[in-house]
Design a protein around this ligand. Structure first.
Ligand SMILES: NC(=O)c1ccc[n+]([C@@H]2O[C@H](COP(=O)([O-])OP(=O)(O)OC[C@H]3O[C@@H](n4cnc5c(N)ncnc54)[C@H](O)[C@@H]3O)[C@@H](O)[C@H]2O)c1
Length: 319
């Protein structure tokens, strides 16, 4: 098995590279380092069969030799990142996906698109099933991400029907774990960082909006189950345990033993009110479901952040 992981030096991509190598695959990790970096895969550099290539997927892309699998994960993913890089996000979702699909077709490889629960927008159906078409504002600030992913799903489906490419689409729900950047703006890294440094915890809105959070090891198992299948999807990959933002902040504060106060700030435009996957399809077609409870996953993530923030502090003192 020889696999290409686009966005392989990002949070999810780095775990995919790691797991594929453990399973005996050769891995080409392609990344422009826009929001990820070599540090996420530095522990893989000496492993036989691993290659890191710095390349922007929206430019000319070439991968020599055969490929059996293309996992297309390149894209800014945190709201802070895609609002900072709106055009880049639309380009990688459109032109980048076209290039990744072209490569998969040329090599006769299976192609798996990292889509997102954000294709459901601010959902009017709850929990969200794959049959739901979503409620997305095409000109809202989040549209650069949501619509890029919706276009990518459409393009992937067209390649399957018009070009005969073996494709699969996973709609990934909020995933967390070690290697998230403390300042990436997503709720879990923000709450953990604020709790560990004693800063006030900033909840957007009144904290009643919900998310369903999935530990990274579970998400990666679901994605690889999809990669091994010949199922087109789309299929939801997420943990159906739903929590409000206020519950999540309180849980993180308790697990870190912090005394940070909880404060409320403005909620961003078009922020979804609820989010929970219906994972029946993943269970039926892939035999997959999330296994790691939130408390356990958060404990592991907090330990990693403790070390990471400690190292950052030492660095700051040294400068
Ligand atoms: N983490 C989640 O909760 C989540 C949820 C739903 C979907 N996803 C999807 O999974 C994928 C990875 O998300 P993540 O959380 O690991 O984000 P991330 O920002 O950590 O990783 C994305 C990677 O893509 C790279 N990249 C961006 N544009 C590129 C380009 N033009 N060419 C090559 N590389 C490029 C970045 O440098 C980065 O390393 C994304 O496609 C995202 O939409 C993630």
């Amino acid at each position: 098995m020889r696999a290409l992981v686009t966005g392989g030096a990002g949070f999810l991509g780095s775990y995919l590279c790691e797991r594929l190598l453990e399973e005996g695959a050769e891995v080409v990790c392609m990344d422009s380092f826009l929001t990820g970096g070599p540090r996420n895969v530095e522990h893989l550099m000496e492993r036989p069969g691993f290659r890191l290539v710095e390349s922007d997927l929206t430019g000319f892309v070439h991968v020599p030799d055969r490929l059996d699998l293309v996992l297309h994960f390149a894209s800014a993913a945190s709201p802070a990142d895609y609002l900072r890089y709106p055009i880049e996000t639309l380009r990688v979702g459109s032109v980048g996906t076209l290039h990744a699909l072209g490569l998969a077709r040329e090599k006769g490889a299976r192609f798996v698109l990292a889509s997102t629960s954000e294709v459901y927008g601010d959902p009017l159906e709850h929990p969200q099933k794959e049959t739901y078409w979503g409620n997305v504002n095409p000109v809202g600030p989040r549209s650069v991400y949501d619509e890029a992913k919706r276009f990518a799903e459409s393009l992937t489906t067209a390649y399957r029907h018009a070009r005969g490419t073996d494709t699969g689409i996973v709609r990934i729900f909020n995933t967390y774990g070690p290697r998230m950047r403390p300042f990436d703006g997503r709720a879990i890294p923000t709450f953990i960082r604020q709790s560990l440094t004693g800063e006030p915890i900033t909840i957007t809105g009144d904290g009643s909006q919900t998310r369903s959070i999935c530990y990274v090891e579970d998400t990666v198992s679901g994605i690889l189950a999809m990669a091994r299948s010949d199922f087109a999807g789309p299929v939801n990959i997420g943990n159906p345990d739903e929590v409000t933002m206020l519950e999540l902040a309180t849980l993180i504060r308790d697990l870190t033993g912090s005394s940070s106060e909880i404060t409320f700030v403005d909620r961003p435009a078009d922020d979804p009110k609820v989010r929970r996957p219906d994972t029946t399809l993943a269970a039926e077609r892939l035999g997959w479901r999330a296994l790691v409870p939130a408390e356990e996953g958060l404990r592991r993530t907090i330990e990693w952040f403790r070390a990471e923030l400690g190292a950052l502090e030492l660095l700051e003192r040294a400068i």
